[in-house]
Design a protein around this ligand. Structure first.
Ligand SMILES: [Zn+2]
Length: 291
């Protein structure tokens, strides 16, 4: 499942083809995504200009000249391809292996600059939803999301306040989208390793009795921001079921220090990386470096 760096990579790949460009035509080939694509979808998009392409957590937000916002989520296996003047380009920054089959092309946007943007999703957990911009703040998909981890407002004080009194592990707390938005299994494991904190450690131990941050909270916030920045710079990670469309992006998986490295040497102490299961997901960590 793509996390924040992969979605940001997709956003950066799509922005040049979409921003400031009119949508001439929308071709919906399959309405049965995670939620059915509404009947007036095409009508509300055709002839409208994409004024900006933003991101909130793992959602892409296309701001339209009509006052609508198109909220897009990649789900488990969604990807975008960009082609120009009928020629399919290699701009898909986050690309599912099965997406080579055009039978999974569900939505195609024909842009006024000659670009075609194709949404492909073999497993159809992805979604496309239109919401009036004035109702965006009440949108259930976005309303409960915690702070953007790369935003200025996300700091040690905020994370400590969210974790204070929590009886869950740090791993579970950081995976909770209400605590901080956009992190998943990979980047939570990597951030905890960089901060040298045990995934099983109680979340409340990064705050003092008054909910104020301690040194652990500071280290953890720094680690989260650093790992996300590094991953975005590398173009996200190409995961087990995913493959890049070209050779230039999506290399962060080679920089994983603990994730998916069970039994391999820790880059810091050369001890063995351990895997445990927490809340149904694999957690990777170094038992000697992380306390
Ligand atoms: Zn180690």
């Amino acid at each position: 499942m793509p996390e924040l760096p992969e979605v940001e990579t997709v956003r950066r790949g799509l922005a040049p083809a979409m921003e400031g460009v009119r949508i001439n035509e929308v071709d919906v080939r399959h309405r049965g995504l995670r939620w059915p694509i509404v009947r007036d979808f095409e009508k509300r998009l055709q002839g409208k200009t994409v004024e900006g392409l933003g991101r909130r957590a793992k959602y892409l937000l296309a701001d339209l000249s009509s006052g609508d916002v198109l909220i897009m989520h990649l789900g488990m296996s969604g990807s975008f391809r960009v082609g120009h003047d009928g020629r399919e380009g290699k701009l898909a920054k986050y690309h599912h292996e099965k997406s080579k089959s055009t039978t999974h092309d569900h939505v195609v946007f024909h842009m006024s600059n000659g670009a075609t943007i194709t949404f492909n999703d073999p497993r159809r957990f992805g979604s496309m939803k239109l919401v009036p911009r004035i109702k965006l703040e009440q949108e259930p998909l976005l309303r409960a999301l915690g702070p953007e981890p790369l935003g200025n407002e996300f700091d040690a004080a905020m994370l400590a306040a969210a974790c204070a009194g929590k009886k869950t592990s740090l791993k579970a707390a950081l995976s909770d989208q209400r605590v901080v938005a956009g992190l998943g299994n990979i980047y939570v494991c990597e951030a905890l390793f960089r901060a040298r904190l045990l995934p099983k450690r109680l979340a409340s131990t990064i705050a003092d009795r008054n909910g104020k941050p301690n040194e652990r909270a500071e280290k953890l916030v720094d680690a989260i921001k650093a790992v996300l920045k590094d991953a975005i710079e590398a173009g996200g990670s190409s995961l087990r079921d995913h493959r890049r469309a070209d050779g230039s992006l999506g290399d962060f998986q080679h920089n994983f220090q603990v994730y998916d490295r069970e039994g391999q040497p820790c880059p810091n102490c050369k001890g063995k990386i351990k895997r445990i299961v927490q809340v149904g997901r694999s957690t990777f960590y170094c038992p000697s470096c992380q306390k």
